[in-house]
Design a binder for this molecule. Structure first.
Ligand SMILES: NC(=O)c1ccc[n+]([C@@H]2O[C@H](COP(=O)([O-])OP(=O)(O)OC[C@H]3O[C@@H](n4cnc5c(N)ncnc54)[C@H](O)[C@@H]3O)[C@@H](O)[C@H]2O)c1
Length: 248
């Protein structure tokens, strides 16, 4: 227990789904956690339940000004941020390229791709001043290959971009003691996935060798490891959590 004691973490998209699970696990392991989300009501209610080591800040990850507010409020409460989990994301309409609009492409990329860029930029000064830190960027199996199901060109492009940026910043800022990794979940039982697979008419679990979708906590356990000092030499790598879905 307390594998994250002394760490101050920002987790985006933390009002529900995997972000909520990461926040619960991080608090259990001794971190102070700044939960952020556009969903203020849900985020505030969750932070209240999690107690004194949690706080919530309303935050659109696509806004640089919002990121400045998150860091200022979070650090005033808990001290320098040393862990960032860029988790917030959206799928957008699950449509073929021919019907997918430019407007939807830009909206998805603003949250999934620009949001991760802005997040890393926002925490870098604190991590450099602290002598290091860990950034965990949530991509997808859609950032490992072109998955046909529950995806579209913008989701796929943005999740590959997250994977690429993670490697670049890991390479450029390793000298500052900063580790950057990407996590690539498969089918995880969250509100996002339930909505996407309902739209497909079910049957998604059949494509997973382990025979089921995962619970959010099964991804949190990997994020926890990457955030902790146990992962001290793990950086610039992809971590697929998919029950062997893309293995064969
Ligand atoms: N569920 C899956 O099977 C799956 C698979 C692969 C990757 N992912 C990725 O995991 C991450 C979490 O997904 P989830 O399934 O928990 O989704 P979810 O929809 O259940 O939760 C996402 C959260 O992000 C928040 N959010 C949306 N736009 C935001 C913005 N602009 N700024 C801040 N917060 C915003 C939402 O309000 C929500 O609380 C996403 O990046 C998603 O792409 C999910």
């Amino acid at each position: 227990m307390c594998r994250l004691s002394g760490k101050v973490a920002v987790i985006t998209g933390a009002a529900q789904g995997m972000g909520e699970a990461h926040a619960r696990v991080f608090i259990r392991e001794g971190a102070s956690v700044i939960l952020t989300d556009v969903n203020q009501a849900k985020g505030e209610a969750l932070a209240r339940k999690l107690g004194d080591k949690a706080m919530f800040v309303t935050h659109d990850v696509a806004s640089a000004a919002d990121w400045a507010t998150v860091i200022a409020l979070g650090e005033a409460q808990f001290g320098r941020v040393t862990v960032l989990v860029n988790n917030a994301g959206v799928i957008g309409p699950v449509q073929d390229l021919l019907s997918f609009s430019e407007d939807d492409f830009l909206k998805v990329c603003a949250i999934n791709q620009l949001g991760v860029f802005l997040g890393m930029k926002a925490v870098l000064p604190s991590m450099i001043a602290s002598g290091g830190g860990s950034i965990v960027n949530i991509s997808s199996i859609a950032g490992m290959l072109g998955t046909r199901e529950s995806s579209n060109a913008a989701y796929c492009a943005s999740k590959w971009a997250v994977r690429g940026m993670s490697k670049l910043i890991a390479a450029q800022h390793g000298k500052d003691g900063i580790r950057v990794n990407s996590v690539h979940p498969g089918y995880i039982l969250t509100p996002m996935m339930v909505a996407a697979t309902d739209a497909e008419g079910g049957g998604a679990a059949e494509a997973i060798p382990l025979g089921r979708m995962a619970q959010p906590e099964e991804v949190s356990n990997v994020v926890l490891f990457l955030a902790s000092d146990e992962a001290s030499f793990v950086s610039g790598a992809e971590h697929v959590v998919d029950g062997a879905m893309i293995a064969g």
